[in-house]
Design a protein. Structure first.
Length: 254
């Protein structure tokens, strides 16, 4: 539940978190609320989204939207701002991933990945920037991946989209300074429903799981709760950071 005494690192702050029905987005929204913030949770699936928002009490609201559709992003921000009354922090956690061999990767699935992971980051950041520039301050946090900087077989669309997120972040940080800070977190493999669904698509899901663990020096998957504090840090305790990438990957990109 949110801090009813108005204390905490997010006290007085208003945040939008996308991809907030599960995984990193949900853990981030929960942490923001516990730290005293008001949070609008955005995601595609209605049932899990509404349950996630309801679990946070009156400091949170659910806004259903697909961030790959720019019109839905505009509408979602308008709805969220009615609830929040302003905007201090935006975290874009929404994303998709699917292991597909290059020769099986058709244009439709390529565009789906790019539109959600990269274009969606752009649509969300653009709406956030408009509000924050008018208000005179704000923080935008995008979510990349260890595959923003590493290549991996079967993930050409995902790698390309997440590398693009870092390029977008740096360009926005330069353009929006000094009014708005823009940073990114790059998690390694995180134990989320999305990752579990990915692993099930391999011919040998257990072997894929074991291989994922082996490439992380800490020898375990992250939990969403491992990543959320890094996002909170960028949102509340790093006022001089912009254009920065915070790697939370268990050492995968040493």
């Amino acid at each position: 539940m949110s801090d009813r005494n108005g204390s905490g690192r997010m006290a007085g702050k208003r945040a939008i978190v996308t991809g907030a029905s599960s995984g990193i987005g949900r853990a981030t929204a929960q942490l923001f609320a516990r730290e005293g913030g008001r949070v609008a949770l955005i995601a595609r699936g209605r049932d899990r989204l509404e349950e996630a928002a309801a679990s946070l009490g009156p400091a949170a609201t659910a806004v259903q939207a697909d961030i790959s559709d720019p019109a839905q992003v505009v509408e979602a921000f308008a709805t969220a701002l009615e609830f929040l009354g302003g905007l201090d922090v935006v975290v874009n956690c929404a994303g998709v991933a699917e292991p597909i061999a290059l020769l099986d990767l058709d244009a439709e699935r390529w565009h789906e990945t790019i539109e959600t992971n990269l274009s969606g980051s752009f649509y969300v950041a653009r709406e956030a920037a408009e509000v924050m520039l008018a208000a005179g301050s704000g923080t935008i946090i995008l979510v990349g991946s260890e595959l923003s900087v590493l290549g991996m077989p079967m993930y050409s669309a995902y790698c390309a989209s997440k590398a693009g997120v870092l390029g977008l972040m740096r360009a926005l940080a330069a353009e929006l300074a000094p009014t708005v800070t823009v940073n990114a977190v790059c998690p390694g493999p995180v134990d989320t429903p999305m990752l579990r669904a990915e692993l099930e698509l391999f011919d040998d899901p257990q072997a894929a799981y074991d291989g994922t663990i082996r490439r992380v020096p800490l020898r375990r998957l992250a939990t969403p709760e491992d990543v959320a504090p890094g996002i909170l840090y960028l949102a509340t305790e790093a006022p001089y950071a912009t254009g920065t990438t915070l790697e939370l990957d268990g050492g995968a990109t040493f």
